[in-house]
Structure formats: structure tokens, C-alpha cells
Ligand binder design. Sequence first.
Ligand code: 0A1
Ligand code: ZN
Length: 886
Amino acid sequence: MRDAQATTIYLKDYQVPDFLIDRTALHFEIFDSHTLVHSTLAMRRNPAAKNASAPLVLDGCELELEALSIDDQAVTESGYESAGESLTIHTVPDSFTLRCTTRIYPQNNTSLEGLYKSSTMYCTQCEAEGFRKITYFLDRPDVMSVYTVTVDADSKRCPVLLSNGNLVSTETLEGGRHRAVWEDPHKKPAYLFALVAGDLERVSDTFTTMNGRKVDLHIYVEEKDLDKCDHAMLSLKNAMTWDEEVYGREYDLDIFNIVAVDDFNMGAMENKSLNIFNTSCVLASPGTTTDAGFQRVEGVVAHEYFHNWSGNRVTCRDWFQLSLKEGFTVFRDAEFSADMGSRVVKRVEDVGLLRTAQFAEDAGPMAHPVRPDSYMEISNFYTVTIYEKGAEVVRMIHTLLGPELFRKGSDLYFDRFDGQAVTCEDFVKAMEDASGMDLGQFRLWYSQAGTPQVDARGEYDAEANTYTLTFKQSCPKTPGQPQKEPFHIPIAMGLLGDAGALRLELKGEAPNPDTADNTHTVLHLKQAEQQFVFENVPEKPVPSLLRGFSAPVKLQFDYSRDELLFLMQHDDDGFNRWEAAQQLGVLALKELVAAHQNNEVRALDERLITAGRNLLNDDSLDLAMVALMLTLPTEAYMAEVMQPVDVLSIHAARMQARLELATALKEEFTNTYRTLSRRQGDYQPSAEQIAQRSLKNLCLQYLMLLNDEHSLQVCMEQLDTSDNMTDRIAALVALVNSEHEPQKALALQKFYQDWQHEPLVINQWFQIQATSHLPGTLKRVQELLNHPAFEIRNPNKVRAVIGAFCGQNAVNFHQTDGAGYRFLADRVIELNTLNPQIASRLLGPLSKWRKYLPEQQALMKAELERIAAEPKLSRDVFEVVSKSLA
Ligand code: 0A1
Ligand code: ZN
């Protein structure tokens, strides 16, 4: 564990490196008890450095230094100084060879950064600053080097030895050992280095690129998982084709490897030609994986592959630019998934995440701009803001430029900066240069944190036939940013009349020749207050605003409920049809929350029931849309639109609304369930089948709220006879959240017995129990921590039990006795020493304490203070706790 240091690193202090590393040769000798790392670095002073006689300062963390030389002259202890995470050599020539040997202990590395052991396999994770746990180096992304890597290990225990680039030789060594040498011809920063050694099997395929280069594709897994690689392989080939077609990007080596590991802090990592994946993001089979799991594999495989250009060929100058690669790559993978499956469903899911997790982050103590100005621990900045809001910012550029100019911009960006480490500014400038569009004001999206609030009002003048939209924008203050300038906000929109979409004639603007029917446009909202006048509007329209969620803002427009019902049926924009249903749900739920708070009894707005009935009876509708529109706003979204957050009332209101819908629409749910249960053919993770299962399982969930024998029977039958994990899990979730006690206990037991040899399935089993909204869940969660299948050192298990309970089970986590908060603080203190990144991530729900009711605030704050008082906090936890309490 690193010691907590309150040092803050600022973007404004960025300086080019004093030294460069042209070539890096690494030799790993892996033994059971330790690993020796011999490095040979060809170094020289950076001609662009400010200080031409600067000392050499290398990064290194928790390393045992065994040897150090410069141009083969040993550097003795008096020749260097080692402090904290650096080693300084005061005098060095302008150009020299640095050799160094370090001894490390992968088997003791529980932080899962650097070189570590996951069961019997060795693997690395170097982003962001893990390479310094392997050897002394200039561990910053703007120092790029060509690598040769030699790996020696026991032939039996580690028959597979992998690193980046091409395998250039193999050799049998004495003592039952062997060697592999890998060379990566592309220059790369240390964070993209990777090494894997272990007993793995592989699934192989090939891909021929647009220029006829044959690429060997391999997915390395444990032997028992060989049957779960097909979906990842197919996704990889689809992603390779898509990147050629949509971005003109071709793969640049003859080999592309993916390796699956059980213990991994994040989803996956884009190391050059050797992507390392959390097993949860690469393994999939119908019997063990849900539809959501299949889609996650497809998305993450594509995400990591796309990084080969947006991240590896063009990388980040410094970690403040993280969203340069992450925001852009998330935008790319989201568009890929939209093209592979259902575009509207993908958008609804992504906006759901953005509006709950990201908006909450942007309103809390850890709020930061897409390009942060400062950080204490960079691992804390792999956030929904950098990823998801960053992707929205790129999406807005796409909306403003249109697809052709955006492609021109991305071509220019890749061409201009290939092989370089660059900034978000470089990206925007390329987009600007290619398109001729002024993105001056738009750049504020990178520098200002917080979610803009946009209030819109519409006025129809029946005499003049004009419709005037008035927008006001503001942005709440965030840490370090008390005042904000107005943003450049693209508002995609249309106007709907009784007979359909109206033609748009914006006063002072020539009709847009690009849109043949002129019923859709993008308004550029740039001022704090701005009006747009539409002319020749024959009737009072209902505006459809922010189509496709064209900007990450909170939009307020006073729609009547009838107008929302109208939009639900008639909007040409699928996303906004869903959004109208959501906003109708929000209005209805707000009423029920208020009633609950005042101890009044109030029925759910009839209009929701009618709308639900219409949705279920209309055969012409897309099943996925019906499922989405029948899902009431989540508790997390209600918490975003109601402050202070009264968790228990929100839960009670939503439960009541769901029960009323289930009761009133019992017949429709039953019929729809029955119709959709007749599937044709084998399980496929296709958009069509996924839509069918999602609506069927939504019907089942509603029916199970009725707590009757018939629903129970249907549910048990689905659980027992399904051929796929999606349907099985859906039934188990419904059962676990029901009051059928004996059946529930038996089903959980049987499920465990059936699946105990599949860790990813057992994670789902853990998660289902940890997210039960019924009373007594905390006690069950505490028992689960002692279950033989639980391991505190495995991040997936921690996320499935502790993360799920604290982050996805508001009603139990926020119980008024504060036991949930105490539980989380204890786990954070325990994990702080084992795995600081995971500990710090778990803190999210506690850090937002100021949103809740006063009694809850006090209890949450007390737990944060208890953590703060711990003697040895990691930098990760220290940063989140101290900022939360500031
Ligand atoms: N670059 C990876 C995310 C990642 C970041 C840090 C990690 O270890 C601490 C691991 C992965 C991605 O965007 O997929
Ligand atoms: Zn990424």
C-alpha cells in the first residue's frame, strides 16, 4: 500500500519529460518465490526539455533494487537517492544506457496493479501507474518506447508466455524452464505494456484486413472455459470490420491476443496486441450468461479493440487527458453496439447510466470536468464523467458536425497525431480544422464540471402563426468552480402537430437542404437565455426536444400529462417516445412519494394504466420499446429528480405503482407472457430475441408482485425448464424478491448446487441476494461474506456482494439505523490495505451523503469520519474521503 499523501497534481504544472527512452529491453525471470526484472533502457535527454541539466528522476514503487548501472558503471548507493515513489540520479550523461534489476513478489500483490498472480497465472495491469511496480522507469504516457521482452519461467507451470507485439523466438532452458522473446515494433507508453505467463488454452481464428493483411486472433482462457469464447471472437471480428468501414482504421500487427483473468480491478485493458480481460467481460455461453452479459462482452471486446487507434496509436500526453481516449472510445463502442443491436435500446440504457451515476457524480464532492484540473490519485479518475460524459461530449461534436465532417475530423486527427501523445485540445482542433466549425465555446464542456440545467418554454401565436421556444441555461457550482459560463448545447428537436411532424422554418435561417422533409433540426443554444422563432406554424405544436438526448443536460419543459401521452405515441424519435413515458412516470411517482411522506393514500394516475394497456395490446410496436416504456423510472433516477432524497418513500411509491399496474393489467401481462414464451429456435443473443425475453421477463416480474399461486407456478416452471441463463436469472430475481419463503430458499440452494463450478454464475447468485429489496438483506449479505465461494481478494466477488448491496440496493443500504453505512465503512477499511482501488470505488454511495435526509446525512458522515481517522489510508481512499468531508 502506498502511504496517503495529500499531494495534489495539477494540469497547469505539466512539463515535457526531461529524458526520453528510445528502446526498452526487459527480461523477466519468474520463480515461485519472486520475480527478477532486468531492464536495459536506451535513454537520452529530451531536446525539448526546459532544464538541460536536470537530474534523472525515475518512478518506482515498492521495488527491491538489486543492481543499477549507467553505461555499465555501477551506480553506488551514494550515487542515487530513493524517496517515496521515485529514484533520483543526480548526474547522468546526455545519452546513456541504464540497466537495473528489481526483485518483486507477484504472489503478494493484492492491489492487482503491476505484475500479480491470479490463481496460478501471472499477469500485469499497468494503466495508469502500475508499471512503476515492476521496474524503475519514466512511467508517464508521453514517454514512448519500443519494447523487447524476454520471459523465462517454469515450462510446466507456465507453458504460455505472452507479451506485446510479435513472438520472435522461443528456447528451452535448463532446470525445466523455457523462454519466449517478444518484440513490439510500435512505440508505446509503459501503461500499454503487458505480460502473461500461465497454463492457458486458446481458441483461434483469423481476420483478413481491408488491405489483405492476415491477422491471427487468439483468446487465451483456462481449459474449462474454452466453450465460452465464441461470442467474444465473433464480437472481435465484427469490431475489426466495423472500424474499417466506419472509421477507415485497419489493424496494424499480424497477431491480436486476448487473455481472460479472474482477478481484475476493471473490465479489461487495451495493452498493445495483448488485451487482458476480466473473465466477466469475455466469457459467454447461453447456459451461463444473460443477454446483458452477452452485450457487455460485445461492447467491451469492441471497446478494447477500438483503443488500438483511439488510445494506442494516438495516446494521451498526460492523465488529465484520459477522456481523449476513453470518451472517444466509449462513443465508438456505443455506436458499434447500436449498429449490432437495437439503436434506441442502447441509447436508453446509456442515458439511464448517465442520468443516474454520472449526474450524481457531477453533483457530488468528486465532481470534476471531463478534463480534470487536478487529482491526488489518478486511479480515482476512471469515472463515469471521464468515460460516459466524455463520450457524450464527442457525440455532441458528431451531432454538430454531422457524420461526414465528423469522419473527416477523425481522419485528420489520426493522421496528424499518429504515434504521438496528445491532448483533448488537439482532438477538438482537428475536428474544427476538418469541418470549419467554430468549437470555441464548445470547449467549455472539457473544462467546466456540473450538469447544465436547461429550462425551456414554448409560446404559440395563433395570429402570426409563430411558435417561440425560449431556453434558459445555468450550471450549478462544483468544487473549485463557483461560476460557470454558458455552454454551447446542441438541441436536436422537432415540432409535432395533430397530423404529424411539422415542417420547420426557423426565423432568420435558410431551410436546411440536408433534411429532405425539414421536420428535424439541431438548435445551437449558446447564450444564458436564447429564443428561437418558428414561422408558418399552422397549429399549436407539441415540441419534441433534446431528441436522442442530444446533450448531457437536465431539461425542464412543462408538458401536460396529455402532451406526454401524445409524444409517447407520435414522436418520430424513438428515444423521445421512451422519454415521454419516463417523464409521465416521474410525475406520477412524485405524487405518490408526496402522499407517502404525508401518510396519505393515493392511487396511481389512471393514465399510466391506460397507457400500459395500450402498449401491451398494440401488436405493431417493437417489443423492446414496449418493455422499456413499461418500466417505471428507476429509484436511482427518482433520486436524481427529487432532492433531498427520501429513499424509503421513493421505494414505497414505486412498489405501490408497480403493484397497481400488475393488478390492473394482470390479464394483459399474462397473455403477453404466454405469447412470448413460445420462442422459435435456439437461444441467440440477437436484438430480436433479446427484446422478446426482456418483455416476457418484465411481464413475469409484474405478475410475481401479485403474490398468487398461479404466478409462482409460472415462475417456478421458467426457473426449472429454461435453456438459458437470462430466463433463469429473471425467474430467480422475481422469486427472491417475492414472499414465497420456502420456494425461495430451496431455489437458491439448488441454483448454487447446479452452478458452483462456474464463478461468473455464482457472482450473479451473490448479486441477486445482495440486491433483494426485502427486509433482512443486510444480515444475509453478512452471511454471504462468510460463504465458501466468497473471496475478499477477488474484485468481482466484492462487487457482486458489497458493491451490489451498497450501490444497487438503496432501500436496504439506507435503513434508518445506519447499519448499512457501518457495514460499508468496515469493508472499506478492510480493503484499504488489500486493494485500494476497489476500496475507493466502493465509497461512492457514502461520498454523496449530502443528498439525503438530515438523519441519514449525520449517520453517513460519521462513517466517513471513522474511515478518515484510520491510521494508514491509501492515497485512493484518502482522496475520496477527504473530498467528501470537505
Ligand atoms: N483503459 C481501460 C480501463 C482500465 C483502467 C485501469 C485499469 O487498472 C487499474 C484497468 C483498466 C479501458 O478503458 O478499458
Ligand atoms: Zn477504455
